[in-house]
Design a protein around this ligand. Structure first.
Ligand code: FPP
Length: 244
């Protein structure tokens, strides 16, 4: 029997580690870039499905801070792909009411790309249906250090009482400020790692790992992950009886 989605239990925020583009390409004897190109098609499919399901925030780990150390040719191709993606997809994002935000160390990118990030957000920011967080030059540890530095700078100007530093206060200094922590983390291609993704924000997220490689991960695979999420009991440290 085909399971159906419970529309009353849709995760508000879904984060995705899109892994396996290289392996997908290798299996097919293509170069790695072809794997990333095919991965963009999966992004399109997942963004559309998430929006249709009523997910409010989708965070995609598209490029980590560590990814800058990949071969120069691969980094250059990823930057080209990113530019093409932003230019091509913005009109549809606008039409579909999706706000695109780039989060991460934006200062690591070229002036041209930084301007494009700004322009994309300006053009889409009235989109109230879903926020698409593109995590670029993102590192969870860097996010946390950055928050600590910002708080210290604020405290030099106007001394902060250490007791004022609550979890909420700290969250408000992270790149994801203003959005709920992820309810669900999806990782493709089978690896059981968080890989320096939203370290603070994933504290209570449900984790779903599939062996499917990212370029093969499309609408039905995303729905499968949501169905699996809907079988989970979220206890936040309580007992099952307390939750029920
Ligand atoms: C991991 O595959 C994938 C990435 C480096 C990030 C995801 C990038 C895309 C889906 C395409 C570009 C994105 C945009 C927004 C234009 P991998 O290369 O690590 O795969 P492997 O582990 O099999 O080698």
């Amino acid at each position: 029997m085909k399971k159906t989605i419970d529309t009353n239990n849709i995760p508000e925020h879904v984060a995705v580690i899109m892994d396996g583009n290289g392996r997908w390409a290798k299996k097919k004897l293509f170069n790695r870039i072809r794997g990333h190109q095919e991965g963009v098609k999966s992004i399109r499919s997942v963004v559309e499905t998430a929006r249709d399901l009523g997910i409010k925030v989708l965070s995609l780990y598209a490029f980590s801070k560590e990814n800058w150390n990949r071969p120069k040719r691969e980094v250059e191709s990823l930057m080209k792909l990113l530019k093409k993606y932003l230019v091509n997809e913005t009109p549809d994002m606008k039409k579909n009411n999706i706000e695109v935000r780039v989060i991460g160390a934006k200062e690591d990118f070229s002036d041209e790309l930084r301007e494009l990030f700004e322009k994309t957000n300006l053009e889409t920011k009235d989109g109230a249906k879903m926020i698409l967080n593109l995590c670029l030059s993102y590192s969870g540890r860097f996010d946390i250090l950055n928050a600590v530095k910002t708080i210290l700078r604020e405290s030099n100007n106007n001394r902060i009482d250490p007791d004022e530093i609550t979890e909420q206060f700290f969250s408000d200094h992270l790149y994801t400020r203003g959005v709920k922590d992820p309810d669900l983390l999806i990782r493709t291609s089978g690896e059981m790692r968080i890989s320096n993704f939203l370290l603070w924000q994933l504290a209570y997220s449900e984790i779903y790992v599939t062996k499917t490689l990212w370029p093969d991960f499309r609408k039905d695979d995303f729905i499968e992950a949501i169905l699996d999420y809907q079988t989970r009991e979220r206890r936040y440290g309580l007992t099952s009886e307390q939750v029920q």
